[in-house]
Design a protein around this ligand. Structure first.
Ligand SMILES: N[C@@H](CCC(=O)N[C@@H](CS)C(=O)NCC(=O)O)C(=O)O
Length: 251
């Protein structure tokens, strides 16, 4: 990490990749990206990550999977600026919110909404399960938003004082919600709507937008080249394959 840029394997569209890219940017760590779409890893990718999920971070001879593991590694390698609260109490709370984001928010906004509306159609050529989406929109997403609304500071401060891992992890999922046509209702969840808008407006999130939008509108096989032309820091080689493979893990 001292001289060479690290490599992040994974598409700009993934919320877990987004979380890692924002942490790298806030810490000023140079990176290159191999923007493989989920399910499109080759054999070498399987060898690096047996559960075949993105992101993977490669830093010299260190290869790590899982956004939480990666962000903690980055925090320890590059402690300044710290993205974790200093007190054990708030650090524990921030880690819980990160976990809640990666599991429960991921379940409702990614698996039940974004995957249904986008990945199922564009990766697998399947129809959206409209009943599953309806249940997500009417029941499960509101439960998550009710919880966030209770946890957020009414004065509009970031979680635990300054922008950190909890804000980044939670907000990252709402980009995918927007890609899938969902926005938080500001009448019903004013604190959450404000939190999402404010956090996603930070420079580290904003600078990813052109690459996210380009990835969304470009056929999978052409994304790497299109991103390179648009100035994204694309890695010289790829762990991508030309056809998708069903996931190893369930949700
Ligand atoms: N807990 C993992 C979750 C990563 C994850 O679910 N990534 C999705 C893309 S958003 C993926 O790679 N899906 C492919 C699969 O399930 O096989 C993390 O925090 O990195």
């Amino acid at each position: 990490m001292a001289g060479e840029p690290v490599t992040v394997v994974g598409s700009y569209i993934s919320p877990y990749v987004r979380k890692v890219l924002v942490c790298l940017d806030l810490k000023g760590v140079a990176y290159q990206i191999d923007p493989i779409v989920p399910f499109f890893g080759n054999e070498q990718f399987s060898a690096l990550n047996p559960v075949r999920r993105i992101p993977v971070l490669i830093d010299g001879d260190v290869t790590l999977s899982d956004s939480t593991v990666i962000c903690e590694y980055l925090e320890e390698r590059c402690p300044n600026p710290s993205l974790y609260p200093s007190s054990p109490e708030d650090r524990g709370r921030a880690r819980w919110l990160e976990e809640f984001a990666d599991t429960r928010i991921g379940e409702v906004l990614i698996w039940q909404l974004f995957n249904e509306r986008i990945i199922r159609r564009f990766v697998w050529g399947e129809e959206t399960d409209e009943a599953r989406v309806r249940n997500a929109l009417e029941v499960e997403i509101p439960q998550v938003l009710d919880y966030l609304e209770r946890e957020l500071d009414p004065a509009g401060a970031p979680f635990y004082g300054s922008l950190g891992i909890a804000d980044i992890a939670v907000a990252a999922f709402f980009r995918n919600a927007a890609f899938a046509g969902f926005e938080v209702d500001p009448q019903r969840w004013p604190l959450t709507a404000n939190f999402v808008a404010r956090t996603l407006d930070c420079e580290s999130f904003r600078k990813l937008r052109p690459f996210e939008e380009l990835s969304l509108k470009t056929p999978i096989a052409k994304q790497r080249e299109a991103l390179m032309e648009a100035g994204a820091p694309i890695s010289p080689s790829t762990l991508g394959a030309s056809t998708p493979r069903r996931g190893v893990l369930g949700t």
